[in-house]
Design a protein around this ligand. Structure first.
Ligand SMILES: O=C(O)[C@H](CS(=O)(=O)O)OP(=O)(O)O
Length: 242
């Protein structure tokens, strides 16, 4: 009998209803690219990131919030009416410091709004992987690693990140769900490749986004620990957890 909290992996938003998120730390994962952009913007000094479900709501925040810029995409391209895109490289300190980033994306911000009764919601990506792992160990609570996937279809990069986290913190949790095991096996398999980028290069999402000329983003988003912050959702905004 163990007293360790449980860790589960939800591979798609379409499966979220199967999981009990009460008293659970939910980690929203959207490696390409929403949760990578959130980590980069906050680590580079953004005051906060406001995740928004619709393009219309995002546009309306421009004049409502102080020093706010609007950003986001639909199907990999900047949505009409928004000022900036969903690239972590668009948000260096020189640009984003002290600003509020209102962000809406196809998959990541949508999933975040689907979680209603969690203990807390944080966001994870390779860019803040070790910070997320350390945070989850410190909390010592139930964890759900929730993959944003792509329009409900399971994807490799989010599953891989879930597997990396599960593998790194496995001693601190019980893991009984097969999706956690599958994600960990995927991560272990990826270790035989020269880099995460090489492992995900043949994936659907990689192909789609590289078709838009976003290779630099894809490389950046697969680089571990460039932005060691834990973005936490306070019901309105994502801010850096203390
Ligand atoms: O901007 C992104 O990287 C994707 C675009 S797409 O829908 O996969 O074409 O959105 P995200 O919500 O960050 O997955």
């Amino acid at each position: 009998m163990t007293n360790l909290p449980s860790l589960e992996v939800c591979l798609s938003p379409a499966l979220l209803h199967l999981y009990d998120t009460k008293d659970t730390v939910v980690v929203i994962i959207d490696v390409f690219r929403a949760t990578s952009t959130i980590a980069a913007a906050l680590d580079n000094g953004a005051r906060c990131v406001v995740p928004v479900a619709s393009v219309e709501e995002c546009i309306s925040l421009k004049d409502k919030l102080d020093n706010c810029i609007t950003a986001g995409e639909r199907d990999g391209k900047v949505a009409p009416g928004l000022q900036y895109g969903n690239s972590p490289l668009e948000y260096p300190t020189s640009f984003i410091q002290h600003k509020t980033l209102a962000l809406t994306t196809t998959n990541g911000t949508k999933l975040l709004h689907m979680v209603s009764d969690a203990d807390s919601i944080i966001t994870g990506s390779f860019l803040n992987m070790d910070a997320v792992c350390a945070y989850l160990i410190r909390q010592n609570k139930k964890v759900l690693l929730a993959c944003s996937a792509w329009k409900d279809r399971v994807n490799i990069e989010d599953s891989l990140f879930a597997g990396a986290v599960a593998e790194k913190i496995k001693e601190h949790f019980t893991m009984e769900c097969d999706s956690a095991r599958m994600a960990r096996e995927l991560y272990l398999q990826s270790q035989q490749y020269p880099s995460i980028l090489e492992f995900v290069k043949d994936s659907n999402h990689y192909r789609r986004l590289s078709g838009f000329g976003l290779q630099k983003d894809l490389q950046y988003c697969t680089t571990p620990n460039l932005h060691p912050v834990v973005p936490i959702y306070n019901g309105k905004e994502l801010v850096v957890a203390s």
